[in-house]
Each structure stands twice: as structure tokens, then as C-alpha cells.
Design a protein around this ligand. Sequence first.
Ligand code: CA
Length: 226
Amino acid sequence: MAKILLIEDEKRLAATIAYNLKREGHLTVVAKDGESGLQSARQEAPDLILLDLMLPKLSGLQICRVLRAESEVPILILTAKDSEADKVAGLELGADDYVTKPFSMRELVARVGALLRRSGTTTQSVVRAGDLRIDLGSREVFVGEASINLSRKEFELLAALARCKGRPVSRRALLDSVWNDVFVGDHTLEVHIRWLREKLETDPSQPRHLLTIRGFGYKLQDPANQ
Ligand code: CA
């Protein structure tokens, strides 16, 4: 379970990939052009980046070069069948692996899993933050010994934050992940955060686990690390 940034301008392909990664338990953030992709890579701090090479505004190769100078994040490039040169260039620029379009979702998911394992990304299913315990497998949540009843959306929101524990998650990534294509706004997200705080925090007005990152989103934090 990881946070994955998908930079892909083909809308339908991006939706299919995001759907399949979500089914594997990953949180997927989608960027639809090179510029917003690079920006998301810097802001979201993903565990892995799926990078299409042919993108508007900034090419995949340019993004690859810039990112490699800044971070070690695993990059898997998505290349068109007839662009052998681009594939080689991508690997030379520091991409970790590639798949050639058209690829099967099964292959992509397997490559993503292998790359995450190689990079040592945690795939544990129980996330702890202070006295809060979230079991992503059984969908159970505990505060100390007490089992907490959450609605489906509340759990999905908490799970999305738990997968990225200690790191900020943008409002857009949370809305995409929890509410999919259904149009809901920031208000819905804020209301669900408030409900979660009322159920999980000792003092909901002074949250110690579910923190607001002003102008960006939220993060789940271990109170001991604040
Ligand atoms: Ca493309």
C-alpha cells in the first residue's frame, strides 16, 4: 500500500490505471500534464511515480531528468511501442523500469509491486499512530482497546491518510481517492475530517493525530513525533 503519482494525459488510460492501483490498496494521485506532474511530485512526495513520456507542457524525459536531480523516488515509465529510443533515454536518465503500451493491468500492477518492494516501501496492513490503530486489511479501527465505528467514507479517508502516515496528502488526492468521480467539494472533505476527529481525538478542537496542513490538505501524525 503506497502513494503513487500517475502522470498521464490519456484520460481513459489514467482512470483505468488509477482504478487498478486502488484495488491493490494504493492511493493514486493523477496529474494530466507534465507541469502539474512535476509540481505534484514535489508536493505529494509519492512512493512511486508512473510517468508517461509523451505529455503536454513538459515531456516525461524532462521530468525524469529534473526529478532524478532532486530525489530517489522510483520511476516507472510508460512508453509507446515504437519509441525504443525514448525508453533507453528514460532509463539512462534514471528511470527504474518501463512498460510498453499497450500493457496489461496485471503486468503494470506486478511491476509496481516489484518496484515498491525493491525500494523498501512498507506494505504493512496495520498502521499505528500513538494510541490509534488502523487495520487496513480487516477495516477495523481502535483507539487504545476501544473499537471505533466508522462509516465507509470515514474509513476510506482515514485509510488514505494512514497509507501516507507522517506525510501531507493534498485535498485533491483525498477527494480523488475517497470520492472517485463523484463531484464533491472541499466542504464534504472538511465535514468528514471533523467527524473523524470527533471519533478519534481526545479533544477534536485540538487534534493530535489528524492534522490540517494549511492551504494543502491533511496528514496523519504520530503524536509522539510532533
Ligand atoms: Ca501521452
